[in-house]
Design a protein around this ligand. Structure first.
Ligand code: ADP
Ligand code: MG
Length: 472
């Protein structure tokens, strides 16, 4: 009887609730563009009985997601956790990489990726990642040329090993090679994780003969993200033999990785030395010229797809190219956000709006927001003096500005309530809480106050003026 109950409990929901699964599902259901531009930024914080607490990097992203995708996200979550009736967002206003590590409780990235990959729909070759839409510059020219070369003349460089950081275009290049060669050859394009998954599955199913046949019977083997290969000896053994068998029969092998062969951990020396035996080439970070060229090309590409042109000014294009430097994926994601904004609001965002839309991707002055700056901006706005703001006088014309400044100190800085209290003439933290609550409440019904606060906030963050606010 007891067992039965347990079984029922177990069956009532997927046992291991995993945010990565939900992300994969969001990617499948809402599309890669929307996922990369907006939803990827959502992180899981904690799970309560009937709701999930999630984090997003900015208010703008939260509002955007809530107004457009929340229903679909909730539906997806319900597939895995049917008790969940709502989700709540917390704005975690620090760079993604930092908070990723804070909330990443398992810290077991390889394992997560493995699970993720094994559940996600595995798409082999993407028709949208071709040579003709791969933009070249100093940092990726050699990798591009080598890729073209193996596509023309198989085994010219064998193996071809391309490495570089995340979002640099490795998968795009491997995919382009696959697309070219599959016209008249047998091509297999697989991630290292998927290779491991298939391997384990075949062993369990006692089906190794099929596995061997499957992999050794190809003219071209493209293996993406080899750094995730961390399998047991038996698997590496199998990989090594597959590699040799293919190599001996003149099949082309192309490998991508986030690091050079000699830096790969958990991979046998002899495999590494095989990788080093062909052409090893890296893709470096894109410089400004390449970023500018990519933005220009993508903007034009988009304008050929949609009937109503989106005229993203040179100024905005240059701004994105000069500010989003991390990698090409982020750069393309930034452009996609501008485009979704333009389509929905029927206007291209201004520079200030662009800054708000892309805030989490930019290294702008966010950290420079100090309580002093907040106080002086609020004082200037309400035309009161700083002494008046910090005094204990309770005249109405001083109380609201004071409360507004306290409220902004809370939302725009990471200072604690007692710290804020100290910087407002040693006010008690209960007074600080009262001020914040008062403003939050007033904001709901008082549209003038609400717009004043937005205006001041923009001035603080972007040295902005009223005309440039985003009304959405
Ligand atoms: P990686 O595999 O190195 O992490 P991807 O190949 O997935 O990176 O590239 C990330 C995104 O950037 C993809 O959408 C890809 O099409 C795009 N991209 C990368 N490099 C280029 C390039 N040189 N030209 C055009 N698009 C690119
Ligand atoms: Mg990749």
């Amino acid at each position: 009887m007891k067992n039965n109950i347990n079984q029922n409990l177990d069956n009532s929901e997927v046992k291991n609730f995993d945010w990565n699964l939900i992300q994969s599902e969001m990617k499948n259901k809402l599309g890669l563009d929307i996922f990369e531009s907006w939803l990827k930024k959502i992180d899981f914080i904690e799970e309560h009985h009937n709701y999930l607490l999630l984090s997003v990097p900015t208010r703008f992203i939260r509002d955007w997601i809530t107004s457009r995708y929340l229903d679909q996200i909730l539906q997806i979550i319900k597939l895995y956790k049917k008790d969940v009736t709502r989700v709540e967002f917390k704005i975690v206003d620090i760079k993604r990489n930092d908070y990723k590590s804070i909330f990443d409780k398992t810290k077991d990235n390889e394992n997560i990726s493995f699970i993720k990959d094994s559940y996600s729909l595995y798409s082999r070759i993407d028709p949208n990642k071709r040579f003709d839409n791969f933009v070249t510059g100093k940092s990726n020219k050699l990798a591009h040329q080598a890729s073209l070369k193996v596509s023309e003349k198989i085994s010219f460089y064998n193996p071809l090993f391309i490495y570089g950081g995340v979002g640099m275009g490795k998968t795009h290049l491997l995919n382009s090679i696959g697309l070219e060669l599959k016209k008249d050859k047998k091509v297999m394009f697989i991630s290292a994780e998927r290779f491991m998954y298939q391997f384990v599955k075949s062993i369990k199913a006692n089906d190794m003969v099929k596995f061997k046949e499957y992999f050794r019977n190809t003219d071209v083997l493209l293996i993406d993200d080899i750094q995730f290969m961390n399998g047991k000896e038996a698997m590496q053994e199998e990989f090594f033999h597959t590699f040799n068998a293919l190599f001996d029969k003149g099949s082309q092998i192309i490998v991508s990785s986030d690091r050079p062969p000699n830096k790969l951990s958990r991979i046998q020396e002899r495999i590494k030395s095989r990788f080093s035996g062909g052409l090893v080439i890296d893709i470096q970070k894109p410089d400004y010229d390449l970023r500018r060229k990519i933005i220009k090309t993508k903007t034009e590409e988009i304008n050929t797809i949609f009937s109503d042109r989106i005229n993203i000014s040179d100024q905005i294009q240059e701004f994105i190219s000069s500010e989003v430097k991390t990698n090409i994926r982020e750069l393309v994601g930034a452009l996609n956000r501008i485009i979704s904004f333009s389509k929905i609001y029927n206007k291209v965002p201004s520079l200030t709006e662009t800054k708000i839309i892309l805030k989490d991707l930019l290294n702008l002055s966010e950290n420079k927001v100090t309580i002093e700056l907040i106080q002086s901006t609020v004082c200037k706005f309400f035309k009161i003096s700083k002494n008046e703001m910090l005094s204990s006088r309770r005249s109405r014309y001083l109380v609201r500005p004071r409360q507004t400044a306290i409220y902004l100190a809370k939302i725009l800085t990471s200072k604690s309530l007692p710290e804020i209290g100290r910087l407002f003439s040693n006010r008690d933290h209960t007074t600080i809480i009262h001020s914040i609550k008062t403003i939050e409440k007033l904001k709901e019904n008082d549209s003038e106050l609400s717009s004043n606060i937005e205006n001041i906030k923009n001035q603080i963050l972007y040295n902005n003026n009223k005309d440039n606010e985003i009304q959405c």
